[in-house]
Design a protein around this ligand. Structure first.
Ligand SMILES: *Cc1c(COP(=O)(O)O)cnc(C)c1O
Length: 421
């Protein structure tokens, strides 16, 4: 029998599309960031502006335009022939060698031949890890609140996410141990633990050394792997980057991820993973499926920015700029936010995490904030329980100084009104 033809007459458009999607395809839904970006486009079309305190974008005026132009100008013809060809699925040898040196300065030893893979941002590393390690039903532990895009990756591949609460020193190890004991008593295995130990997104908390060491011991004791996501460690406002968990890992249980996105440029899409040889090889095979190899021109530029010392200078620059913007945001909040609002001063990273009193609904207020021209991310987007609505995350890296001052004033007024009503 012939299949019934699909026409616009016999099905509403969305139904017609819906029947073609895989389970994975159906699971893909736009999040709050997409909604806010859409609102910003809408407003821009009407000629109105929107102050965005939402994503983790780079300070537009600090982007390395000059440095990249200089690298591009200097490319000799023989190097262009390499750039324009297919490259290794592990990433360009030149970039891996530079990344090994760069990571060595953070206390991580890695053989560029086999223990490092270049990825299209850290997000691709999270996707490759999910593909290589996770079966449907496998357990992943994350600290909560956490980075939503990582959870989305694990869940897309069917993982069951277990959460452990954070305190002011990051993931609570006592709660983690309790959870591990319980799961193990029930015969349920944990495969991965995902953590952002330095200037965590969204809370900006930093895990102290004793917790980092204990995590590695627990991974050994309960036989799981640690995925250490470190995009923000370099953006430290007081002193050097906290030593990564990977630096305490003698047994090869940590897969370390970092990225250029917060320190050099998010548009270059340069990330990397460091781990034991077998794991990196497997991720390289998954990368063959995903995109064969990373972009040759981006990798060349990244290697040159490292070799010429620009990356170190850029890190110094964003540390200075973001620290200043953080201070300005804190001052504006002191002036304009209602007394009931609570926050801790971030010691690094790009975000300020704000707690409002119980009953406050950051999700419900977002529409009114957008109408008044300011966007933020409601805290519920960092929790597995969508009913936690009295937090919000504010970004200070992207908005200009004027926008920070104005945006915080507008939000302060809005939140004060909301608390009074
Ligand atoms: C911003 C961010 C990343 C970076 O993702 P890229 O794909 O490298 O741009 C990774 N992890 C966390 C927690 C982040 O906040």
């Amino acid at each position: 029998m012939a299949q019934k033809a699909i026409t616009t007459e016999n099905a509403p458009l969305h139904c017609m599309e819906e029947r073609f999607y895989s389970r994975l395809g159906r699971a893909l839904k736009p999040g709050v960031i997409a909604r806010v970006v859409l609102a910003a486009f809408e407003r821009a079309r009407r000629g109105e502006k929107l102050i965005s305190l939402t994503g983790g974008s780079y300070d537009p005026m600090s982007l390395p335009v000059k440095e990249v132009e200089e690298v591009l100008r200097d490319i000799p013809p023989e190097d262009w022939r390499g750039i324009l060809q297919y490259g290794s699925n592990l990433g360009s040898g030149r970039l891996r060698a530079e990344l090994a040196k760069f990571s060595g300065e953070a206390g991580i030893e890695a053989d560029p031949e086999g223990e490092i893979i270049v990825t299209t941002g850290s997000q691709q590393a999270l996707d490759l890890i999910s593909r290589v390690f996770l079966d449907p039903g496998d357990r992943v532990i994350v600290g909560e609140p956490t980075y939503l895009q990582a959870l989305a990756s694990f869940r897309l591949y069917g993982a069951e996410v277990e959460t452990v609460p954070l305190d002011e020193e990051g993931m609570r190890i006592d709660a983690l141990e309790r959870k591990l004991r319980k799961l193990s008593a029930e015969g349920r295995r944990v495969k991965l633990l995902y953590t952002v130990p330095s200037y965590q997104n969204p809370t900006a908390t930093v895990m102290p050394e004793h917790r980092r060491r204990r995590l590695v011991e627990l991974a050994e004791e309960y036989d799981f792997l640690i995925v250490e996501d470190n995009p923000y460690g370099y953006i430290s406002f007081e002193g050097p980057m906290p030593k990564p968990i990977k630096a305490y890992d003698d047994v090869g249980r940590v897969i370390y991820l970092s990225t250029f996105s917060k320190i050099v440029s998010p548009g270059l899409r340069i990330g990397w993973a460091i781990g034991r040889r077998g794991f990196i090889e497997k991720m390289a095979l998954a990368k063959m499926n995903a995109d064969i190899c990373s972009d040759g021109l981006s990798q060349y530029v990244a290697a040159e920015l490292l070799r010429r010392g620009h990356v170190h200078r850029l890190i110094e620059r964003v540390r200075r700029v973001y620290r200043e913007k953080r201070d300005l945001m804190l001052e504006s909040m002191e002036l304009h936010f209602p007394e009931e609002a609570e926050w801790r001063e971030p010691r690094g990273g790009l975000f300020l995490w704000v707690k409002m009193p119980e009953g406050f609904d950051a999700d419900a207020l977002l529409d009114e904030a957008l109408k008044r021209g300011v966007a933020y991310i409601p805290g519920s987007n960092f929790y597995t329980d969508p009913n936690i609505r009295n937090y919000l995350r504010l970004n200070y890296s992207y908005p200009s100084r004027e926008e920070i001052a104005e945006g915080i004033r507008i939000l302060g007024d809005l939140f004060s009104e909301a608390l009074k009503s």
